[in-house]
Write a protein that binds this ligand. Structure first.
Ligand code: G16
Length: 569
């Protein structure tokens, strides 16, 4: 990472579009909203909640107040990056944020052309330009539209999601807010690169592809990947009308010469075409169907709205996120130039399958287990303790940025295919033969009554101490607790990471409430069973005893009126 935050004092590259104007800075009185505590990843709410008067402004002002404190009251020396996934309300929110950032006295703002910046690209831009942080306007894989979801994430100086300490501070500021700062000023033109000077702030419209693509070129062998496509290798990439469309077309079709049409649903749309931009077997149906044909492409992949999640498919085969992480770890040194010097360690969130643990043990590096949320990987990556991380929620990434990175994950898989010259199915079967298989499923029970779901988890928590030693699903409970994490770098302790019941045969039942939903509560139930059977078992059959035991323990039917999950991935 190299910082150039002091460059703002040098001459601008282009003529100032608004020289001479000195609009008055306004301090607008406001009152706090009670619900502005960020969740797993930023503040995610219904779009109409964000459209209420002062709702967005309150939260943004709280973020700026925290950045101001952290910068020693010297925002004039700081750079802020702004962009989003193109969903409904993105453009309106960006213009408001630009006015507020100028009124708050940031020295420089980098805003993405057309307001479109993927989450991993945001991380790259922050790190490349030494920015104090960035605001990503996205509700990730949640649907977009006036009656759908919106969100704001703040990433800090290392390019990663704000830590719990910082989100607590933001919440404190939002809870006591009395006014926010802004200026009256016409909308900034985001249609092309250029600069505007406003209240002492340079607002520069940047190419959202440039820094990110340049970074990826240092990690992968683009010549080898181009050869892969020239020699007939094939990819079908579903951008789901999210922000990755322009990135994927540029990187896969233009830089790597993949045939035109490799990228489908490549135009960002405010409502993601009316679908959920969620890369899973349900929402990426068209891609899944194509991959289930005999003449389907070698590799199928999809990314979510803001480009940090990814799904990987072979011909007729879904690669679970836990297996994808493990396979990338297995082939890292031999197939991916960025990892030629090896891995220092790997990390996964607690509910993520333990597949990567076995690869880490074979490679001889530690595997860290963190709470859910990419923010928990930041300290480990910054300290060089691990270089590769992943989560069950379709997230994979490395130390090149401090976010999960969908396009990066696809490039990892393309590199493995190009180097091994084997299809995805062969790679997976060889991996299962060597390491055995973690049969894994996540069951989501959505829109539950929040109080009922909280009470259910509270009762299960109270019952945990009695479980060790009792028989459960063909085995016996070895350990039952509420996951507690001590960050090995900062010693910061995070409680309530999820209830986990570990069985003597290595199986696990994990359950927690989602921190990213926007209506009611979503209960996530994670099931995992390890078998050294070359991966030949039937997933549903292998997991059936565990599933039944979990449903009996949770008493979901009796307490929440639910027989089965809304989504199983
Ligand atoms: C966010 C976080 C991830 C986390 C996921 C699921 O992803 O960045 O680290 O795993 O939420 O969270 P939950 O289970 O609490 O809903 P994204 O892609 O939605 O920003």
């Amino acid at each position: 990472m190299h910082g150039d935050k002091h460059l703002m004092n040098s001459q601008p590259a282009r003529q100032n579009r608004q020289s001479g104007l000195a609009p008055e800075i306004l301090e607008v009185p406001t009152t706090p909203y009670p619900d502005q505590r960020p969740g797993t990843s930023g503040l995610r709410r219904k779009t109409r909640t964000f459209m209420q008067p002062r709702y967005l402004e309150n939260f943004i002002q709280a973020v700026f107040d925290v950045v101001r404190e952290e910068s020693g009251d010297n925002l004039a020396q700081e750079t802020l990056v702004v962009g989003g996934d193109g969903r409904y309300y993105n453009r309106t929110a960006i213009q408001r944020i630009l006015r507020m950032a100028a009124a708050n006295g940031f020295g420089r703002i980098l805003v993405a052309r057309d307001g479109l910046l993927s989450t991993p690209a945001m991380s790259a831009v922050i790190r490349t330009h030494g920015a104090a942080g960035g605001l990503i306007l996205s509700a990730s894989h949640n649907p977009g539209g006036a009656d759908a979801d919106f969100g704001v994430k703040f990433n800090g100086r290392n390019g990663g999601p704000a830590s719990e300490r910082v989100t607590d501070q933001i919440h404190q500021h939002a809870s006591g807010i009395r006014c926010y700062k802004t200026v009256e000023f016409p909308d900034i033109d985001l249609g092309g690169e250029g600069e505007t000077f406003l209240c002492g702030t340079w607002i520069r419209v940047i190419d959202p592809l440039a820094d990110y693509t340049a970074l990826l070129e240092t990690l992968f062998d683009f010549d080898a990947l181009r050869r892969y496509f020239h020699q007939g290798g094939s990819l079908r990439f579903d951008a789901m009308h999210g922000v990755t469309g322009p990135y994927a077309r540029h990187i896969f079709e233009q830089r790597l010469d993949a045939p035109h049409g490799t990228v489908i649903r490549g135009e960002p749309r405010e409502d993601f075409g009316g679908l959920h931009p969620d890369p899973n077997l349900v929402h990426a149906r068209e891609l899944v169907d194509r991959m289930n044909t005999d003449d389907g492409p070698d590799l199928g992949a999809a990314c979510d709205g803001d480009g940090d999640r990814n799904m990987i498919l072979g011909r007729g085969l879904f690669v679970s996120p836990g297996d994808s992480l493990a396979v990338i770890a297995e082939h890292a040194r031999d197939c991916i130039p960025a990892f030629r010097d090896g891995l220092t360690g790997v990390a996964r969130s607690m509910p993520t399958s333990t597949a990567v643990d076995r690869v880490a043990a074979a490679v001889g590096v530690p595997c860290f287990e963190t709470p859910t949320g990419w923010k928990f990987f930041g300290d480990l990556l910054d300290a060089g303790l691990c270089r590769l991380c992943g989560e069950e929620s379709f997230g994979t990434g490395s130390d090149h940025v401090r976010e999960k990175d969908g396009i990066w994950a696809v490039l990892c898989w393309l590199s493995i295919l190009a180097e091994t010259r084997k299809p995805v199915t062969a790679i997976m079967h060889e991996y299962w033969r060597r390491f055995g298989r973690s049969y894994y499923q996540r069951h989501d029970f959505e829109k539950l009554d929040a109080d009922a779901a909280q009470a259910l988890l509270a009762d299960l928590t109270a019952a945990l101490p009695k479980l060790p030693g009792t028989p459960l699903a063909d085995s016996r409970v070895a350990l039952a607790d509420d996951f507690r994490y001590r960050d090995p770098v900062t010693n910061f302790v995070t409680e309530h990471g999820g209830l986990r019941i570990l069985l003597e045969d290595g199986s696990r039942i994990v359950c927690r409430l989602s921190g990213t939903g926007t209506s009611g509560a979503t209960l996530r139930l994670y099931l995992e069973r390890y078998r050294d059977d070359r991966g030949r078992g039937d997933l549903n059959r292998v997991l059936a005893p565990l599933r039944e035991a979990a449903l009996e323990l949770l008493q979901l039917r009796e307490r929440c009126g639910r027989e089965s999950a809304d989504v199983v991935t």
